[in-house]
Design a protein. Sequence first.
Length: 247
Amino acid sequence: MDDHELASYLAEKAGSELLKLRDDGIASGINSWVLRDKGDIFAHNIIIDELTKHRPKDAVLSEEGADDLSRIQAKRVWIVDPLDGSQDYPYAGSEEWAVHIALIENGKIAAGAVSCPSLKRLYSTATLYPKERPVSDSKLVISNRWNSYHAAYVAEAIGARLASCGSAGIKASLVIGGEADVYIHNSGLYEWDVCGPIAVARAAGLTACQLDGTDFIFNKEVPIVRGLIISDPELIDDVLSVLNRTR
């Protein structure tokens, strides 16, 4: 497998196994908090085992793993969120959780994938996306559940509705699928929250940048990202103009 295919494989395998784990856990009456924590570690172990098998020389930064800062000197680093949206994961029928996989080379995204198992969606840099993205009938800006005032300003300015949901991977998938036009997250995030979603969004022809329009640098010593925009390219100038006025 090349790196793009491996990212797809990791996201799909971890996602499908998480779905089975959740269904079995709910059926057996496992406490939701226990099931959430079990899912985090379970998916982490699947991904680490597969990376050890297929890319043993690569470094890894995972939300659920100890951060070995030797990764900073590594040329190739896999940045993964084994279970994004874990607060939603342990409930029957919940769709707002995802698996994020990304490969970083010299601080830039080289490959990635996002699996949204409950929605039966897998997006990857291995996918050949259509040149024209599906477009919704009315504009929609989607944001995180808290601190969404920046998104509210943008929605009002471009004549769009505003909605929120969990998991950055889910929100990115909604923009890729044409159900939303812009995703804005104005609060602090970690690199594992955004690397996979950014990878697949850009592969699909979307614009992904920080709140001030600048690009990202990944595999930093402190892996924090100060906000995220994923947008239809035709709207990004308007979005950034509004956000610039709100700062």
